[in-house]
Design a protein around this ligand. Structure first.
Ligand code: C2E
Ligand code: CA
Ligand code: CA
Length: 615
């Protein structure tokens, strides 16, 4: 019985039966695509369907490898692995068999006899070993004129393709092209959803997945893992001063530096703006975490060069360990984050390991830091002024400005409860500048109202002793025409440890500002160091004054400090004087100035003004 001829396309005549086979093949593939079957499985199914239509032949799909130089086999379910291995790496050319030539020419190749055809002359051994008689191959295209691979049918006999076979080949190659496009899109969607476009690092979502898998594996291997959350210190300043484009480049550079430093074996991800995370696996012992931390911190000792600008950045690191600090990815990441905040609070540029106590203390401190920022904007901070008297004349010699926080809910908070945290977090820069300005303004206002001038002492944290701050002080004083000879800054002995602070101190002296050494006797400065400092006053710490009447030791210390100060040409002030006995002893030893509850507590602006109304 002769099959009825139908016309699918004008140049091809295919029988109804053949057309049915082709449609069935297309429908089958379509169904698998709709069911979201893995594309490699679909490609295998396509090969098998084609093999069922063309008997005594095997199908294969080749595509360009990553580099785009040679072809590799993507699907060939009926070809033995040793043949696949030989085909991999085929470089397209005019004698590269049917597939290599099809890709090279971007045109279907129908080799009827592999033994005599020039296109197969370099593959004779292959044809012989695997009994390939004929091979027809059609290029797979993603774009119109660009072959990215091939779909081929290799026969175990010499064979000429019918019009139908040619059409089958073309259809299969077309389907492969569609599947490849779909796969590429899925891959780029995956990439979009899992990679950070700025640095190319994996993002939080993928990091979490990888951490979860690592945990599962670590459990079975009894392995230790460490999660390190890294956060750049002061990166906002880079963005603010240099703009976001430069900021982005700095982040890229930082990411690159860390990645190069890490090498293989660690998972590295960007969490958000300037926060990164590392999963350090197969660590064995905790010391290797220390090693890793040391490496990263050392990395930030070097300057970062971006577009001709040099940046000095530091990084705060928080570490949590599996399994001590958490059993899930979320717990480990949260706890490493808490530890990172502890590192920030501890002064930045350092690392902290998580422990349970951190959760509360860090939270308390973080809340306080946030609260302090808004307190400054709200105008919660205020200054009290404690008079300092000349011991001999009993006259007012000066005042010390002391900050307080009038909290809307917690009431009046003393400085010891927030100054240390402001210092640790760096907020002291901002707060200190406000204190300095307000104290100078207040005294200037008093003097302008006719109150006789006295000296103003402002407490300074070591963190405020840098060139930037000094410049700002100078501008503020100039703007309000403050009589600089009345200004005194109280610093503590710890500044001796910092070269930058010493430089700043000399700058202050050059401006005509006096420096007094606060809490003297509690630190470790030697006489030799003291001699080299540009100071004009020593303040005997309250702790030595407190027990003057009972403790012979304290009496000796106070006496010595006074004598030593005088021998260096310095004035000596005793703070915390609460009793007449204390005052009498200090007078006897020739102490120059007295400050303490005996004479006056720290006063509000109104209370201090009242002192002068009474006169
Ligand atoms: P400090 O600089 O040693 O200030 C002297 C502290 O002793 C003040 O406490 C003052 O109120 C207190 N005091 C004065 N006379 C007596 C006394 O007779 N008996 C007793 N028991 N205490 C007395 P305050 O105001 O609570 O300040 C505590 C510390 O907070 C200060 O110690 C200083 O280190 C810091 N601080 C205060 N204001 C500022 C500031 O504006 N900037 C900075 N950086 N630190 C500040
Ligand atoms: Ca002080
Ligand atoms: Ca003091």
């Amino acid at each position: 019985m002769e099959a009825k001829v139908i016309s699918l396309r004008p140049e091809y005549d295919v029988t109804t039966e053949q057309a049915g086979k082709l449609l069935a093949l297309q429908r089958e593939i379509l169904e698998q695509v709709a069911l979201d079957v893995d594309y490699r499985e679909i490609l295998d199914a396509l090969c098998k369907s084609a093999e069922q239509i063309v008997v005594n032949a095997v199908a294969s799909i080749m595509v360009y490898d990553q580099a785009g130089e040679s072809l590799s086999v993507l699907a060939a379910p009926s070809i033995p692995p040793e043949a696949v291995a030989l085909l991999n790496g085929l470089v397209p050319g005019e004698r590269a068999g049917s597939c290599g030539t099809a890709v090279y020419q971007n045109e279907a190749q129908y080799v009827v006899n592999t033994r005599t055809d020039g296109r197969w002359c370099d593959l004779q051994a292959f044809a012989h070993d695997f009994s390939i008689g004929a091979c027809w191959s059609s290029p797979v295209k993603i774009e119109k004129d660009k072959a990215v691979g091939s779909f081929a049918l290799s026969s175990f006999e010499e064979r000429t393709p019918s019009i139908f076979y040619k059409q089958l080949l073309e259809t299969c190659a077309h389907i492969v092209g569609i599947l490849l496009i779909r796969q590429e899109k899925e891959q780029s969607l995956f990439h979009l959803a899992h990679y950070d476009p700025l640095t190319g690092l994996i993002n939080r979502a993928l990091f979490k997945q990888k951490l979860s898998s690592a945990i599962e594996y670590a459990v079975t291997q009894n392995q230790q893992l460490a999660v390190l959350v890294l956060d750049l210190d002061g990166f906002k300043d880079v963005n603010d001063s240099q703009g976001h484009e430069v900021g982005d480049k700095v982040l890229q550079q930082v990411a690159k530096n860390i990645q190069e430093d890490l090498g293989e074996g660690h998972v590295f991800s960007r969490l958000n703006s300037d926060e990164f995370v590392i999963l350090a696996g197969s660590l064995g012992q905790p010391p290797s975490v220390q090693l890793l931390i040391g490496k990263i911190l050392a990395l930030f000792k070097k300057k970062i060069l971006v577009e001709g600008h040099e940046f000095t950045l530091s990084i705060s690191i928080g570490v949590s360990l599996f399994s001590e600090d958490g059993l899930s990815a979320s717990d480990l990441m949260r706890n490493a984050d808490t530890a990172m905040h502890a590192a920030k609070v501890a002064g930045r540029g350092c690392a902290r390991f998580y422990n349970e106590d951190l959760t509360n203390s860090v939270k308390y401190k973080m809340d306080l830091i946030t609260d302090m920022h808004s307190a400054l904007a709200r105008g919660d901070f205020l200054l009290h002024y404690q008079p300092q008297y000349c011991q001999r004349s009993n006259k007012l010699a000066g005042v010390e400005a002391l900050v307080r926080w009038q909290h809307p809910e917690k009431g009046l908070i003393p400085p010891n409860d927030f100054i240390p945290i402001a210092e640790e977090s760096g907020f002291i820069q901002e707060l200190g500048l406000w204190i300095f300005t307000r104290a100078c303004q207040q005294c200037k206002a008093w003097w302008d109202r006719g109150i006789p001038e006295f000296s103003l002492a402002v407490n300074l944290s070591v963190k405020q002793l840098d060139a930037d701050n000094i410049q700002k002080f100078q501008e503020i004083l100039l703007a309000m025409k403050f009589p600089i000879h009345n200004l005194e800054l109280e610093v503590t002995e710890s500044l001796i440890m910092h070269q930058e602070s010493l430089v700043a101190l000399h700058k202050l002296e050059a401006l005509g500002i006096r420096i007094s050494m606060d809490d003297f006797g509690t630190g470790h400065s030697s006489l030799a160091q003291l001699k080299r400092l540009p100071i004009s006053k020593l303040k005997i710490d309250r702790s030595f004054v407190k027990d003057l009447s009972e403790d012979e030791n304290d009496r000796v210390i106070a006496k010595t400090i006074i004598a030593m100060g005088h021998s260096l040409g310095l004035k000596v002030l005793a703070e915390g004087v609460e009793t007449v006995e204390q005052q009498e002893f200090l007078a006897q030893e020739g102490c120059d100035l007295i400050q303490g509850y005996l004479l006056s507590r720290p006063l509000t602006v109104e209370q201090f003004s009242d002192l002068f109304k009474a006169v």
